[in-house]
Design a protein around this ligand. Sequence first.
Ligand code: PEP
Ligand code: MG
Length: 592
Amino acid sequence: MPDESSESSTPTVEVRYKGTAVSPGIAIASAVLLFADEHIVRKRRIRPEDVAGEITRFEASLLKTRQQIQAIRNQLAVSIGEADASIFDAHILSLEDSSLIESVKEQVVSRLVNVDFAYEQVVRSYTRKMRELDDDYFRERANDFLDVSHRVLRNLQGKVQTELRNLDAPCIVLAHDLSPSDTAGLDRKLVLGIATEAGSRTSHSAIMARSLNLPAVVGLRELIGKFEPGVEILIDGYEGLLIVNPTDQTKYEYGQREKLHHDVDLKLDLLRETLPVTLDQRRLIVSANVEILDDLPLIKEHGAEGIGLLRTEYLFLNQDESPSEDQQTEMYLQMARASKPHHLIIRTLDVGGDKKRPHLGIEVEVNPFLGFRGIRYSLGRPDLFRTQLRAICRASVEENVRIMFPMVSDLAEVKEARRMLEEVKTELRAENIPIGEKLEVGIMIEVPSAALTADILARHVDFFSVGSNDLIQYTLAIDRGNEKVSGMYQPAHPAVLRLLQTIVEAAHRNNIWVGVCGEMAADVILMPALVGLGVDELSAGATSIPRIKRAIQALNYEEARQLISRCVLNESAEANQAELAQMANRLYPEIL
Ligand code: PEP
Ligand code: MG
């Protein structure tokens, strides 16, 4: 990150910021800023001569906030009556609290900090004191007070909330973070790219961006405030760069680079009809991960062998209510037909964690990734689960359909989910509704307890698919979406490779197949590890498929097996990463 002394002044020359590339491609457009509920207030040193200007800014924002609240109050007085509207009087009064106003000014003067920061600090300490009082009235008022303070901060920072629904011109969306449902709802015609301060390669919004084929850079820490929305920016989803005010020369160079990438892609397209077989004839299956119906044409375009992971939660996250049984059946049937002659693996709802929508009724949890997530949610919401099971069973008349349960951590969950599945089948038969007779049942292995008991679980299912994104986060205790620890998110860690080895051996000993459908499957540097471990299927975003095929075709299974037997004994992820990269570089440098 360049070191800039002022946060708010938009640079007039080209400035580059480095983040993490998560979705390839290049986009140039003006930036729109999307604010999440929480405010991002940064401390900035000011000079003594800036104090007066800061205080004027503060007073102006208090006045503006007062006018806004007064306007809302007047409107409500007409629509709902004077009595209810008068609750806003307390909001207006809190803007006139002279001791608060003086504390803020005093901080600006004595500490020489920007007024937004001083205000946020004072508000924080007031809120804490109000909440500590043993009085319900004051605790309630603390929320009102915070509400008003957010409005003041918004005015202070000149923020205008951009509504994703109201975009009217091509743009690049800039945000602190984007939720998976925000990303899924992006208008592809207008949003040309995304750039966020938070996030990492395996965060769900990054996965979604790849699925939408939308250039994206994340982990651009402390970017917001460095320039004003509306300025032209370029994002480079190959190198993880965000460039403000790109010069004509930069744009020209990027045009040339895009041509090169395009040429490589054209060559890879030639692999579409070829099979993923290693030099020594080990055949793997390479299928696609799909989130939305729009992805369907990409499956064939990129030569995928069916769908290895349908993340059905996006059918729920994209809208304000859960889809009905008929709607789901229709969508699954469409997916099944598009996957033929290969399989469609329908993963049941995997909400919770960061995948939420109000209609799903997921409460705020302290540790959502360890909470009511995946199969736990489905078993706890039999109404939703049964509807989905019925839809999947109905779609299984297309005989290529398989079902898979996410986030399994214990055999009891598998047994209960299977029991409900059987119940639903019996019900449908009794209603004379046709269903397929050979619906295979698989589970995702993405929790260490499931990996370590894979031999037990394998006796109860027809296949495994490793969710490496979660398996890595739970094994290494590294939040997959947190850019602050993303450097420690290491797929080649010996602990991860050992668990993978345990899973594959348990599956094969029990004569079931095992796939990998996390982002690891799309990382061609890790391909020697996955091939060497003996994984049978790889499922990844459709656009990654040609590269995966090319890597498999260049590898030798026996050689990769020997490499992995050394890697599991190596002392560090770095050592493994280096050995794997060396093999990848030697065998398929053109796609790295
Ligand atoms: C995974 O965890 O690797 C996976 C494929 O599931 P998701 O990314 O949807 O959590
Ligand atoms: Mg997962």
